[in-house]
Design a protein around this ligand. Structure first.
Ligand code: F3S
Length: 769
């Protein structure tokens, strides 16, 4: 067992074992010498090979084969860690079997500025932080206290290393790809598998190659690469695939800039995103005190950290992007794949009548809050000041990515210069990016229409402030800063002058300052676990409304899927933010009963009108009364009635939050039947003992009517088999009956989860036996 912290490095580098990885690749290649993509090298070199599992390249079928992997590490943030640790406690093991860290970043509400907000968090979330801290100590987990920074930034600074495999309970875990580490977002239940030493399962992904040529110039930045790619691939185009960059352009980018791209690859639904080794990775490793990693990396660069020559023929598709001609992009509102090259922003804003006056500019989030990002903002502030613009025209919020970035930017004077221009520096945490924003400048409750621009990654409806009328646009930090002076959405910094100050002026694009002269480490906010925490206890107040020990779900009962009522027929986009909204609900992330009251409360119901007041409502299938979805679900559960959800395309896209699967299970749901699912959510539903099924004929979705009842044929023990469809029988209230075929993606091992009632029940039964 190995404990890993940022401050003391064990001999085997942070748990990554290059020799073992190379030996696994050698084994795989015994029967086939075909060249491997970088994705394949990194993923397959983490396969578990033992007496029962014999892998060779020939038996891995992308999109189909379930890989059994051993990740090098796990990261959880405070909003997902509570539930993951509660589940780990239920599994009854003495300590984690894979190096794990917990990061306190999501719960801190942005309001007044770093100091006051951290004090508020310490008092409002004391119970949760105490739980996370004590459970981390007991189970051998590194705990990053509030103020440490955002999970992916802290991971990047301390643990990411070329060739490794990290899973994280957050969909932006691919961020690590900027340092050549494969990062994959998972649900808490998957993390618990890996914490428990069980194999972690993943369907062998396809590989989308993105060929970068040329060199960025002018206002174009790495953010624009991923914004453009989102426009090409859409929010579901990367599903089941790893985005693998290659080409000469990859060698021109800094490590944190590449992390921006990998981070936001979550917005195209991809499994992960990776860059080949480049000198900038070594520079970053050295700058963050990991010279010894850079040295080790250079010994395995060709064999492990770059794609084999000729492997490009094995990409499932290739997309070409010429960096030299790339335009800056602004994506949004309401979806990150609505990509607008800056030259078109004026016309689309006018055509769509989006609010032109900007209400807020925000720089931060795990996507764009590196030293390089903040330095670019400073350069523009200096230019504006020289031109007579002392202050931004609109409120400007800044969240540094980590304590290290904050301390360095503070020492270099960046933060003071931004403060002088009017920026409010928040704590190093997620803040408005995740809805932890106590917003006062617009009437959020009154759904006041407004536009905000940020360097974040995600802009789904209500994401930042729970206001469905906030139009959120994402772009690069430098473009955000230029817009903070323009104050308007119909602005193009390439051609437009900024007016309203002493005299009109134009901003020149900032230069790239990849790294500071020296990184400050700042305040030590890391809690290292003791070597043996077995005597420690974890107290949970039974009266707490924040934390609740989990009771195991009941195993599958015959007839579970007979005569199910339809709780809601979801229409259109339904992300995990719609299924389990964030913002004020964060506080209940460790209390399943309480948080279940948010289930689907921002989803659109196809059985009701599109009136915004009816979002999250449904008709009670027995009484016909219209009420909020969770209330109707609780009533059906109380009456012992089974129910299911009908979903649309890419149901459950967005973040990896397992609450979106736990809640319907807790409230008595049996199945979610959708046109298609986002990968992580589909797996999460299976982990919680639910049945995710897809229409073989997508038009069958349209035939489902109000108050129909649904039975699933062929789902009982022994009948449900991998690769075999099931039949859905629909009974209308007028007595008519029709049937259609549904598909599922359960493999044999996952069927055991369904039968046991959850994956956790299954793990427990295996550890007890
Ligand atoms: Fe946090 Fe937003 Fe990243 S929620 S982890 S800063 S995407």
């Amino acid at each position: 067992r190995q404990f890993v912290s940022s401050r003391s490095y064990p001999s085997k580098i942070l748990g990554v074992d290059y020799n073992k990885q190379i030996s696994v690749l050698d084994t795989l290649k015994q029967q086939s010498q075909r060249p491997l993509t970088l994705t394949e090298k990194l993923l397959y070199s983490h396969l578990i090979i033992d007496g029962e599992r014999n892998w060779c390249l020939g038996n891995i079928d992308r999109g189909k084969t379930i890989l059994e992997l051993r990740p090098d590490r796990i990261a959880c943030h405070d909003a997902t860690a509570t539930m993951a640790l509660l589940q780990f406690i239920s599994a009854g093991l003495p300590h984690v079997m894979t190096p794990t860290t917990v990061h306190s970043d999501h719960l801190i509400i942005s309001e007044k500025g770093a100091e006051a907000d951290l004090q508020r968090a310490a008092s409002e979330h004391a119970e949760v932080y105490d739980f996370l801290s004590s459970a981390s100590k007991k189970y051998g987990i590194g705990f990053w206290k509030p103020g440490s920074g955002i999970i992916h930034t802290v991971t990047f600074e301390n643990y990411a290393m070329p060739g490794g495999l990290i899973i994280g309970t957050d969909s932006h875990t691919p961020n690590a790809g900027g340092l050549g580490m494969l990062g994959i977002g998972v649900g808490g239940a998957d993390a618990v598998d890996a914490m428990s030493g069980m194999p972690w399962e993943l369907v062998a992904p396809k590989v989308i190659g993105v060929n970068l040529t040329g060199k960025l110039h002018g206002w174009a930045s790495t953010k624009d690469i991923i914004c453009k790619l989102a426009g090409i691939l859409t929010v579901s185009g990367g599903k089941g695939s790893v985005i693998e960059f290659f080409g000469s352009g990859t060698q021109t980018l800094g490590a944190t800039a590449m992390a921006t791209i990998c981070n936001m690859s979550a917005e195209i639904g991809s499994t992960s995103c990776i860059f080949p080794h480049s000198p900038s990775m070594d520079r970053y490793l050295v700058a963050t005190g990991r010279e010894y990693v850079a040295q080790a990396v250079n010994q395995v660069r060709d064999v492990l950290l770059t794609a084999d020559e000729g492997s490009h023929n094995y990409y499932d598709c290739i997309i070409d992007i010429d960096l030299s001609t790339l335009e800056p992009h602004i994506n949004g509102p309401f979806t990150p794949d609505l990509a607008h090259p800056i030259s078109q922003i004026k016309s689309v804003v006018a055509a769509n009548e989006w609010p032109i006056e900007l209400s807020h500019a925000m720089v931060g989030s795990c996507t764009n809050s590196s030293y390089e990002d903040l330095d670019k903002c400073r350069q523009l502030v200096r230019q504006a000041k020289a031109a007579g613009a002392e202050k931004f025209k609109i409120p400007f919020l800044l969240t540094p990515g980590s304590e290290q970035v904050r301390a360095t930017a503070e020492a270099d004077g960046i933060l003071d210069e931004l403060r002088d221009a009017g920026a409010v520096v928040m704590s190093s945490s997620c803040g408005p990016c995740v809805g932890s924003w106590d917003r006062k400048d617009v009437d959020v409750k009154g759904k006041e229409k407004n536009s905000v621009i940020s360097s974040f990654n995600r802009n789904f409806i209500g994401r930042h402030d729970s206001n469905p009328a906030t139009h959120s646009f994402v772009t690069s930090p430098e473009t955000v800063t230029a817009f903070a002076y323009a104050g308007r959405l119909d602005f193009d910094p390439l051609v437009d002058e900024i007016t309203g100050f002493e005299a009109p002026f134009k901003l020149e694009p900032p230069a790239n300052q990849e790294l500071p002269a020296h990184f400050e480490t700042g305040i030590d906010t890391f809690q290292e676990p003791p070597l043996d925490g077995s005597d420690l206890t974890i107290a949970i107040d039974p009266k707490s409304d924040r934390l609740q020990l989990l009771s195991p779900f009941q195993g599958w009962q015959e007839g579970n899927a007979d005569d199910m009522e339809i709780l809601i027929k979801v229409s259109g986009k339904c992300t995990t933010d719609h299924i389990s909204p964030a913002g004020p609900w964060y506080k209940y992330r460790g209390h399943l009963e309480n948080i279940s009251s948010n289930m689907l409360t921002t989803a659109t119901n196809a059985f009701l009108s599109k009136d915004p007041q009816l979002l999250g409502h449904t008709k009670h299938p027995l009484t016909g009364d219209v009420d909020v979805v969770p209330k109707v679900a609780r009533d059906l559960k109380r009456q012992g009635l089974r129910w299911c959800i009908i979903g649309d395309n890419n149901y459950g896209e967005g973040s990896s939050r397992e609450h979106a699967a736990l809640e319907p299970r807790f409230l008595g749901g049996t199945a979610v039947i959708a046109r298609s699912f986002a990968r992580i959510h589909e797996t999460n539903l299976k982990k919680q003992g639910m049945l995710p099924l897809t229409f073989n004929d997508p038009t069958a979705y349209d035939r489902i009517a109000e108050r129909d009842r649904i039975s699933l044929l062929g789902v009982e023990d022994g009948k449900l088999q991998p690769g075999h469809p099931v039949t859905m029988r629909v009974k209308s209230r007028d007595g008519s009956v029709w049937e259609t075929q549904l598909n599922h993606s359960f493999h044999q091992g996952q069927l055991a989860w369904l039968r046991a009632g959850s994956a956790l029940n299954h793990i427990k039964s295996k550890t007890m036996s």
